[in-house]
Design a protein around this ligand. Structure first.
Ligand code: SF4
Ligand code: SF4
Length: 300
């Protein structure tokens, strides 16, 4: 069983549109009922907008801990507020209370309170879902605003998808990864067999691609690159391809800027299903064939 993770150095590069199109194309190929999709972009999950899941299972996801003050025993001394390095304890109308968004869960206030009025509680920071997606089982999640622990939630989404794939002898999992280079990206990259980076030929896009490449390579995962909206700035696309060539990284194609992608999004469909003959669809189909070949190399 192989895992493909689709990444981008930043949001808005078309990563999710490419992933949704891959899910559609996979459903029309040799491995139509042999793959699973996971949306690991838990901070801003939107693959479900295109893959229209029918919910099978929903679970609360508990993250870090948060402090809660018992007002009945509090002596209103203010020492907890003094010790809190995160400014998470407010004093309003004569009462001390913890702001759960600002609380880091360090528990310093618990040790400081002489009346034992503060306790730590696990907090629900998001939800995890298993669904029947349009083309395959879909594992997805939603981290609540302002919460951290997205790396753990990414790991949960990926692990559950992987377990089902192994149980049912499926051939691959397609993971829509988070943008950026932080903890959730590391969680998404961990255990992957192949990462496809969707790069944009802008100055910041090239810079972000370099950063995400470094992250992926640090973990010893093979990375390949495709360029989205390549014709918007051909010099930038050339620069990306030259960089990849020099560094021994395979580039698997250019996707042209195509308003059909936007129209498909408005209709809630992968562009390859919405208009298979559109320039972007044709390019993504070619890229998918290359990606699949690299993903399954030596496996099946
Ligand atoms: S340290 Fe304890 S007693 Fe003092 S204000 Fe905070 S919760 Fe109340
Ligand atoms: S647990 Fe830490 S961050 Fe949260 S209120 Fe107490 S001292 Fe502040």
């Amino acid at each position: 069983m192989r895992q493909l993770v689709v990444l981008s150095g930043k949001g808005g590069t078309g990563k999710t549109s490419v992933t949704a199109a891959f899910a559609h194309l996979a459903s029309e190929g040799e491995y139509a009922d042999k793959f699973i999709v996971a949306d690991a972009d838990v901070d801003a999950a939107n693959l479900e907008l295109v893959l229209q899941p029918q919910l099978l299972e929903e679970q609360e996801f508990k993250g870090g801990q948060v402090a809660v003050i018992n007002q009945d025993t509090c002596a209103f001394c203010g020492e907890c507020q003094d010790v809190c390095r995160f400014d998470a304890i407010d004093y309003t109308d004569g009462l001390y209370a913890v702001d759960p968004i600002a609380c880091d869960g360090c528990a310093a206030c618990v040790y400081q309170c002489s009346t034992e009025s503060i306790a730590m509680y696990e907090q629900v920071v998001g939800k995890f879902y298993v669904s029947n997606g349009r083309y395959s089982p879909l594992y997805h999640a939603n981290l609540y605003p302002g919460q951290d622990n997205s790396g753990k939630l990414v790991t949960l989404v990926k692990q559950r998808a992987r377990l089902q794939a192994l149980d049912e002898d499926r051939v691959f999992v397609i993971v829509d990864g988070p943008p950026g280079i932080g903890c959730p990206v590391i969680s998404a990259t961990s255990g992957a067999d192949l990462v496809l980076i969707v790069a944009e030929p802008t100055i910041s896009g090239v810079h972000d691609m370099h950063r995400v490449l470094q992250t992926v390579q640090h973990f010893g995962v093979q990375a390949i690159v495709c360029i989205n909206k390549a014709d918007v700035y051909p010099d930038g696309a050339d620069e990306i391809e030259s960089f990849c060539e020099v560094n021994g990284i395979q580039t698997v194609g250019r996707i042209p800027f195509d308003l059909t992608v936007t129209s498909a999004m408005v209709e809630g469909e992968p562009v390859t299903a919405f208009h298979p003959e559109a320039p972007a669809s044709m390019a993504i189909s070619t890229i998918w064939a290359e990606v699949l070949e690299s993903l399954l190399e030596g496996e099946v």
